[in-house]
Design a protein around this ligand. Structure first.
Ligand SMILES: [Fe+2]
Length: 374
Protein backbone atom coordinates (compact mmCIF):
# COMPACT_ATOMS: atom_id res chain seq x y z
CA UNK A 1 0.00 0.00 0.00
CA UNK A 2 2.67 2.45 -0.87
CA UNK A 3 1.09 5.73 -1.73
CA UNK A 4 0.91 9.44 -1.47
CA UNK A 5 -1.24 11.50 0.81
CA UNK A 6 -4.34 13.03 -0.69
CA UNK A 7 -6.28 14.21 2.28
CA UNK A 8 -5.53 15.97 5.54
CA UNK A 9 -6.41 15.18 9.11
CA UNK A 10 -10.01 14.71 10.12
CA UNK A 11 -11.12 16.79 13.10
CA UNK A 12 -12.22 13.77 15.14
CA UNK A 13 -14.18 10.55 14.88
CA UNK A 14 -17.56 12.23 14.62
CA UNK A 15 -16.53 14.77 12.02
CA UNK A 16 -14.56 12.18 10.13
CA UNK A 17 -17.72 10.12 10.05
CA UNK A 18 -19.61 13.04 8.59
CA UNK A 19 -17.10 13.16 5.77
CA UNK A 20 -16.73 9.46 5.12
CA UNK A 21 -19.64 7.70 6.82
CA UNK A 22 -19.69 3.95 6.66
CA UNK A 23 -18.18 1.09 8.50
CA UNK A 24 -15.07 2.75 9.90
CA UNK A 25 -17.02 5.38 11.78
CA UNK A 26 -19.48 2.86 13.19
CA UNK A 27 -16.59 0.71 14.28
CA UNK A 28 -14.83 3.59 16.04
CA UNK A 29 -17.99 4.50 17.93
CA UNK A 30 -18.36 0.89 19.07
CA UNK A 31 -14.78 0.41 20.15
CA UNK A 32 -14.84 3.77 21.91
CA UNK A 33 -17.82 2.60 23.90
CA UNK A 34 -16.24 -0.77 24.57
CA UNK A 35 -13.05 0.77 25.89
CA UNK A 36 -14.91 3.24 28.09
CA UNK A 37 -17.32 0.70 29.56
CA UNK A 38 -15.35 -1.20 32.16
CA UNK A 39 -12.66 -2.61 30.01
CA UNK A 40 -10.66 0.43 30.96
CA UNK A 41 -8.97 1.51 34.14
CA UNK A 42 -11.47 4.37 34.20
CA UNK A 43 -9.62 7.16 35.96
CA UNK A 44 -11.55 9.83 34.09
CA UNK A 45 -8.75 10.57 31.64
CA UNK A 46 -9.87 8.00 29.11
CA UNK A 47 -9.37 4.25 29.07
CA UNK A 48 -6.14 3.06 30.70
CA UNK A 49 -5.20 -0.48 29.84
CA UNK A 50 -1.97 -2.22 30.64
CA UNK A 51 -1.56 -4.57 27.78
CA UNK A 52 -0.94 -7.68 29.85
CA UNK A 53 -1.13 -10.23 28.47
CA UNK A 54 -0.96 -9.43 24.78
CA UNK A 55 -4.06 -10.51 22.89
CA UNK A 56 -3.26 -14.02 21.76
CA UNK A 57 -5.84 -16.78 21.76
CA UNK A 58 -6.06 -18.65 25.07
CA UNK A 59 -3.56 -16.50 26.90
CA UNK A 60 -5.45 -13.27 26.32
CA UNK A 61 -7.52 -11.65 29.03
CA UNK A 62 -11.28 -11.63 28.66
CA UNK A 63 -11.21 -8.11 27.42
CA UNK A 64 -8.67 -8.75 24.75
CA UNK A 65 -10.49 -11.86 23.65
CA UNK A 66 -13.56 -9.73 23.09
CA UNK A 67 -11.54 -7.10 21.25
CA UNK A 68 -9.82 -9.73 19.13
CA UNK A 69 -13.11 -11.39 18.18
CA UNK A 70 -14.58 -7.99 17.48
CA UNK A 71 -11.85 -6.81 15.13
CA UNK A 72 -11.60 -10.23 13.46
CA UNK A 73 -15.23 -9.85 12.38
CA UNK A 74 -14.49 -6.60 10.53
CA UNK A 75 -14.08 -6.65 6.73
CA UNK A 76 -11.32 -4.05 6.61
CA UNK A 77 -7.76 -4.16 7.96
CA UNK A 78 -7.28 -3.41 11.67
CA UNK A 79 -3.89 -3.12 13.33
CA UNK A 80 -3.07 -2.16 16.89
CA UNK A 81 0.31 -0.40 16.79
CA UNK A 82 2.38 1.36 19.39
CA UNK A 83 3.83 4.82 18.94
CA UNK A 84 7.00 3.39 17.40
CA UNK A 85 4.95 1.70 14.63
CA UNK A 86 5.46 -1.69 16.24
CA UNK A 87 2.55 -4.06 15.63
CA UNK A 88 0.81 -5.30 18.77
CA UNK A 89 -2.29 -6.99 17.35
CA UNK A 90 -3.97 -7.52 13.99
CA UNK A 91 -7.33 -8.71 12.72
CA UNK A 92 -8.09 -11.60 10.41
CA UNK A 93 -8.50 -9.40 7.31
CA UNK A 94 -5.02 -7.94 7.82
CA UNK A 95 -3.45 -11.37 8.37
CA UNK A 96 -5.07 -12.67 5.19
CA UNK A 97 -4.01 -9.57 3.27
CA UNK A 98 -0.32 -9.92 4.13
CA UNK A 99 -0.36 -13.73 4.33
CA UNK A 100 1.21 -13.90 7.80
CA UNK A 101 -0.15 -15.13 11.13
CA UNK A 102 -0.53 -13.14 14.33
CA UNK A 103 2.67 -14.49 15.82
CA UNK A 104 4.72 -13.48 12.76
CA UNK A 105 3.21 -10.02 12.71
CA UNK A 106 3.52 -9.13 16.39
CA UNK A 107 6.44 -6.81 16.99
CA UNK A 108 6.81 -6.21 13.23
CA UNK A 109 7.43 -2.71 11.88
CA UNK A 110 4.09 -1.53 10.45
CA UNK A 111 5.52 0.60 7.57
CA UNK A 112 7.49 -2.44 6.42
CA UNK A 113 4.52 -4.79 6.62
CA UNK A 114 2.09 -2.41 4.88
CA UNK A 115 4.32 -0.27 2.67
CA UNK A 116 7.62 -2.16 2.34
CA UNK A 117 9.48 0.75 3.92
CA UNK A 118 12.09 0.95 6.64
CA UNK A 119 10.78 4.35 7.71
CA UNK A 120 7.32 5.92 8.09
CA UNK A 121 5.99 6.93 4.68
CA UNK A 122 5.66 10.69 4.14
CA UNK A 123 2.45 11.96 5.70
CA UNK A 124 1.95 8.78 7.76
CA UNK A 125 -1.30 9.26 9.73
CA UNK A 126 0.34 7.76 12.84
CA UNK A 127 3.03 10.43 12.90
CA UNK A 128 0.39 13.14 12.76
CA UNK A 129 -2.05 11.45 15.13
CA UNK A 130 0.72 11.16 17.72
CA UNK A 131 1.44 14.86 17.31
CA UNK A 132 -2.11 16.22 17.34
CA UNK A 133 -3.55 13.54 19.66
CA UNK A 134 -6.66 12.88 17.62
CA UNK A 135 -8.11 10.85 14.77
CA UNK A 136 -6.30 11.37 11.48
CA UNK A 137 -7.39 9.83 8.19
CA UNK A 138 -6.07 10.00 4.67
CA UNK A 139 -7.00 8.68 1.29
CA UNK A 140 -3.92 7.06 -0.22
CA UNK A 141 -3.21 5.73 -3.67
CA UNK A 142 -1.04 2.68 -4.06
CA UNK A 143 0.51 2.83 -7.58
CA UNK A 144 1.74 -0.78 -7.71
CA UNK A 145 -1.70 -2.23 -7.02
CA UNK A 146 -3.72 0.65 -8.49
CA UNK A 147 -5.82 0.68 -5.34
CA UNK A 148 -7.12 3.50 -3.18
CA UNK A 149 -7.30 3.01 0.58
CA UNK A 150 -8.69 5.04 3.43
CA UNK A 151 -6.03 4.90 6.13
CA UNK A 152 -7.10 6.06 9.59
CA UNK A 153 -5.33 6.25 12.94
CA UNK A 154 -7.10 6.59 16.27
CA UNK A 155 -5.07 7.31 19.45
CA UNK A 156 -6.19 5.25 22.46
CA UNK A 157 -5.49 5.74 26.16
CA UNK A 158 -4.00 2.23 26.27
CA UNK A 159 -0.30 1.58 26.74
CA UNK A 160 2.01 -1.37 26.45
CA UNK A 161 3.85 -2.72 29.47
CA UNK A 162 6.79 -0.59 28.38
CA UNK A 163 4.57 2.49 28.53
CA UNK A 164 4.34 3.06 24.80
CA UNK A 165 1.03 4.49 23.66
CA UNK A 166 -1.24 2.38 21.47
CA UNK A 167 -3.03 3.44 18.31
CA UNK A 168 -5.76 1.72 16.32
CA UNK A 169 -4.91 1.70 12.63
CA UNK A 170 -7.74 1.05 10.17
CA UNK A 171 -7.30 0.54 6.46
CA UNK A 172 -10.26 0.23 4.07
CA UNK A 173 -10.15 -0.40 0.34
CA UNK A 174 -12.08 2.49 -1.26
CA UNK A 175 -11.02 1.83 -4.86
CA UNK A 176 -14.59 1.23 -6.08
CA UNK A 177 -15.83 4.51 -4.60
CA UNK A 178 -12.84 6.50 -5.88
CA UNK A 179 -13.25 5.10 -9.38
CA UNK A 180 -16.98 5.90 -9.32
CA UNK A 181 -16.19 9.43 -8.18
CA UNK A 182 -13.70 9.82 -11.01
CA UNK A 183 -16.22 8.63 -13.61
CA UNK A 184 -18.82 11.01 -12.21
CA UNK A 185 -16.31 13.83 -12.32
CA UNK A 186 -15.48 13.06 -15.96
CA UNK A 187 -19.18 13.06 -16.83
CA UNK A 188 -19.59 16.40 -15.06
CA UNK A 189 -16.57 17.90 -16.85
CA UNK A 190 -18.08 16.77 -20.17
CA UNK A 191 -21.41 18.40 -19.32
CA UNK A 192 -19.69 21.65 -18.39
CA UNK A 193 -17.67 21.66 -21.61
CA UNK A 194 -20.76 21.10 -23.76
CA UNK A 195 -22.69 23.86 -22.00
CA UNK A 196 -19.78 26.29 -22.28
CA UNK A 197 -19.26 25.43 -25.96
CA UNK A 198 -22.94 26.12 -26.70
CA UNK A 199 -22.53 29.69 -25.44
CA UNK A 200 -19.35 30.26 -27.39
CA UNK A 201 -20.83 29.11 -30.71
CA UNK A 202 -23.41 31.90 -30.58
CA UNK A 203 -21.02 34.55 -29.34
CA UNK A 204 -17.68 34.13 -31.10
CA UNK A 205 -16.40 37.52 -29.99
CA UNK A 206 -16.25 36.26 -26.47
CA UNK A 207 -15.34 32.69 -27.32
CA UNK A 208 -12.50 32.51 -24.85
CA UNK A 209 -14.01 34.85 -22.29
CA UNK A 210 -15.39 32.19 -19.95
CA UNK A 211 -12.24 30.08 -20.07
CA UNK A 212 -10.05 33.09 -19.34
CA UNK A 213 -12.31 34.26 -16.51
CA UNK A 214 -12.11 30.77 -15.02
CA UNK A 215 -8.30 30.88 -15.18
CA UNK A 216 -8.17 34.23 -13.41
CA UNK A 217 -10.80 33.15 -10.87
CA UNK A 218 -8.74 30.06 -10.01
CA UNK A 219 -5.62 32.14 -9.46
CA UNK A 220 -7.59 34.62 -7.36
CA UNK A 221 -9.13 31.84 -5.28
CA UNK A 222 -5.64 30.80 -4.21
CA UNK A 223 -4.88 34.34 -3.08
CA UNK A 224 -8.28 34.81 -1.42
CA UNK A 225 -7.88 31.71 0.76
CA UNK A 226 -10.78 29.82 -0.80
CA UNK A 227 -11.24 26.18 0.15
CA UNK A 228 -10.81 23.56 -2.57
CA UNK A 229 -14.61 23.29 -2.76
CA UNK A 230 -15.06 27.05 -3.16
CA UNK A 231 -12.34 27.16 -5.80
CA UNK A 232 -13.93 24.40 -7.87
CA UNK A 233 -17.38 25.96 -7.55
CA UNK A 234 -16.06 29.36 -8.63
CA UNK A 235 -14.22 27.94 -11.64
CA UNK A 236 -17.19 25.90 -12.85
CA UNK A 237 -19.47 28.91 -12.41
CA UNK A 238 -16.95 31.03 -14.32
CA UNK A 239 -17.03 28.61 -17.25
CA UNK A 240 -20.83 28.80 -17.35
CA UNK A 241 -21.53 32.33 -16.15
CA UNK A 242 -22.73 33.66 -19.51
CA UNK A 243 -24.78 30.64 -20.53
CA UNK A 244 -27.91 32.77 -20.12
CA UNK A 245 -26.82 34.67 -23.23
CA UNK A 246 -28.09 31.69 -25.22
CA UNK A 247 -31.46 33.42 -24.94
CA UNK A 248 -30.20 36.88 -25.90
CA UNK A 249 -30.55 37.66 -29.64
CA UNK A 250 -27.21 37.29 -31.42
CA UNK A 251 -27.66 40.73 -33.02
CA UNK A 252 -27.48 42.31 -29.58
CA UNK A 253 -24.42 40.35 -28.50
CA UNK A 254 -22.47 41.30 -31.60
CA UNK A 255 -23.80 44.83 -32.05
CA UNK A 256 -20.87 47.19 -32.90
CA UNK A 257 -22.26 50.06 -30.78
CA UNK A 258 -23.53 50.61 -27.28
CA UNK A 259 -26.94 49.10 -26.57
CA UNK A 260 -30.10 51.08 -25.93
CA UNK A 261 -31.69 50.84 -22.51
CA UNK A 262 -34.31 48.39 -23.75
CA UNK A 263 -31.65 46.23 -25.38
CA UNK A 264 -29.50 46.40 -22.27
CA UNK A 265 -32.42 45.26 -20.10
CA UNK A 266 -32.75 42.23 -22.33
CA UNK A 267 -29.06 41.42 -21.93
CA UNK A 268 -29.37 41.90 -18.20
CA UNK A 269 -31.73 38.95 -18.05
CA UNK A 270 -28.88 36.53 -18.70
CA UNK A 271 -28.03 35.77 -15.04
CA UNK A 272 -31.62 34.78 -14.30
CA UNK A 273 -31.86 32.68 -17.44
CA UNK A 274 -28.58 31.00 -16.59
CA UNK A 275 -29.85 30.30 -13.09
CA UNK A 276 -33.02 28.72 -14.51
CA UNK A 277 -30.91 26.45 -16.74
CA UNK A 278 -28.29 25.52 -14.16
CA UNK A 279 -30.50 24.97 -11.14
CA UNK A 280 -31.65 21.74 -12.74
CA UNK A 281 -28.10 20.41 -12.92
CA UNK A 282 -26.94 18.70 -9.72
CA UNK A 283 -23.51 20.17 -9.00
CA UNK A 284 -21.60 19.62 -5.77
CA UNK A 285 -21.21 23.41 -5.61
CA UNK A 286 -23.77 26.28 -5.66
CA UNK A 287 -23.05 26.99 -9.34
CA UNK A 288 -26.52 28.28 -10.24
CA UNK A 289 -26.47 30.77 -7.35
CA UNK A 290 -22.94 31.97 -8.08
CA UNK A 291 -23.88 32.58 -11.71
CA UNK A 292 -27.11 34.32 -10.69
CA UNK A 293 -25.11 36.76 -8.55
CA UNK A 294 -22.14 37.48 -10.80
CA UNK A 295 -23.43 40.94 -11.78
CA UNK A 296 -24.41 41.94 -8.25
CA UNK A 297 -22.31 44.74 -6.76
CA UNK A 298 -21.28 45.38 -3.16
CA UNK A 299 -23.25 48.64 -2.88
CA UNK A 300 -26.44 47.12 -4.23
CA UNK A 301 -26.16 48.75 -7.66
CA UNK A 302 -25.85 45.46 -9.52
CA UNK A 303 -28.47 43.15 -10.97
CA UNK A 304 -30.69 41.17 -11.05
CA UNK A 305 -31.62 41.46 -7.34
CA UNK A 306 -29.58 44.48 -6.22
CA UNK A 307 -28.01 42.46 -3.41
CA UNK A 308 -25.45 44.12 -1.15
CA UNK A 309 -22.09 42.78 0.10
CA UNK A 310 -22.91 40.25 2.81
CA UNK A 311 -25.75 38.76 0.77
CA UNK A 312 -23.51 38.00 -2.21
CA UNK A 313 -21.68 34.68 -2.17
CA UNK A 314 -17.87 35.04 -1.89
CA UNK A 315 -17.58 32.94 -5.03
CA UNK A 316 -19.85 35.39 -6.89
CA UNK A 317 -17.80 38.34 -5.61
CA UNK A 318 -14.64 36.70 -6.95
CA UNK A 319 -16.33 35.91 -10.26
CA UNK A 320 -17.56 39.51 -10.59
CA UNK A 321 -14.00 40.84 -10.34
CA UNK A 322 -12.53 38.25 -12.70
CA UNK A 323 -15.36 38.84 -15.21
CA UNK A 324 -14.84 42.61 -15.29
CA UNK A 325 -11.05 42.39 -15.54
CA UNK A 326 -11.17 39.90 -18.40
CA UNK A 327 -13.90 41.78 -20.24
CA UNK A 328 -12.06 45.12 -20.05
CA UNK A 329 -8.79 43.50 -21.07
CA UNK A 330 -10.31 42.08 -24.26
CA UNK A 331 -11.76 43.31 -27.51
CA UNK A 332 -15.52 43.73 -27.79
CA UNK A 333 -17.65 44.36 -30.91
CA UNK A 334 -18.38 47.90 -29.75
CA UNK A 335 -14.86 48.86 -28.57
CA UNK A 336 -11.21 47.95 -28.72
CA UNK A 337 -9.54 46.22 -25.78
CA UNK A 338 -8.96 48.65 -22.93
CA UNK A 339 -6.05 46.66 -21.58
CA UNK A 340 -5.24 44.95 -18.31
CA UNK A 341 -3.83 48.09 -16.68
CA UNK A 342 -7.11 49.93 -17.24
CA UNK A 343 -9.03 46.92 -15.94
CA UNK A 344 -6.97 46.75 -12.76
CA UNK A 345 -7.29 50.51 -12.28
CA UNK A 346 -11.08 50.13 -12.61
CA UNK A 347 -11.38 47.47 -9.90
CA UNK A 348 -8.86 49.25 -7.63
CA UNK A 349 -10.81 52.49 -7.97
CA UNK A 350 -14.13 50.79 -7.10
CA UNK A 351 -12.65 48.57 -4.39
CA UNK A 352 -15.15 48.17 -1.55
CA UNK A 353 -17.80 50.11 -3.48
CA UNK A 354 -18.71 47.89 -6.41
CA UNK A 355 -16.22 45.10 -5.84
CA UNK A 356 -15.30 43.12 -2.73
CA UNK A 357 -12.11 44.64 -1.31
CA UNK A 358 -10.54 41.26 -0.51
CA UNK A 359 -11.23 39.95 -4.01
CA UNK A 360 -9.81 43.09 -5.61
CA UNK A 361 -6.66 42.75 -3.54
CA UNK A 362 -6.43 39.06 -4.44
CA UNK A 363 -6.74 39.96 -8.12
CA UNK A 364 -4.09 42.68 -7.91
CA UNK A 365 -1.73 40.25 -6.16
CA UNK A 366 -2.32 37.67 -8.88
CA UNK A 367 -1.24 40.13 -11.58
CA UNK A 368 1.61 41.48 -9.45
CA UNK A 369 2.92 37.91 -9.34
CA UNK A 370 2.93 37.74 -13.12
CA UNK A 371 -0.47 36.39 -14.17
CA UNK A 372 -1.21 36.94 -17.87
CA UNK A 373 -4.21 35.89 -19.92
CA UNK A 374 -3.30 33.30 -22.53
FE1 LIG B 1 -22.42 38.09 -17.34
Amino acid sequence: MRGNSEKGAGPGPAAAGDAQGGALTEYMALIDGLAASGASGGNGAGPKIRLVPLPDGGSASGFWTVVQEFIDALPFLVILVDETHSIVATNRALRQYVGLDAHQLRGGYCPRVLHGLDHPFPGCPLEESREVDRWVERELFDPPSGKWVLSAIFPTGWRTEEGRRLFIHLVEDITVRKNAEEKLRQALDGTIMVLAAATEVRDPYTADHARRVAMLARAMAGEAGFTAEQTEGTCVAAQLHDIGKLYVPVELLNKPRRLTEVEMNLVKMHPRIAHDILRNVVFPWPVALIVLQHHERMDGSGYPAGLTGPDILPEARALAVADVVEAMSSHRPYRAALGTDAALAEIAGKKGLLYDAGMVEACLRVFAKGFVFP
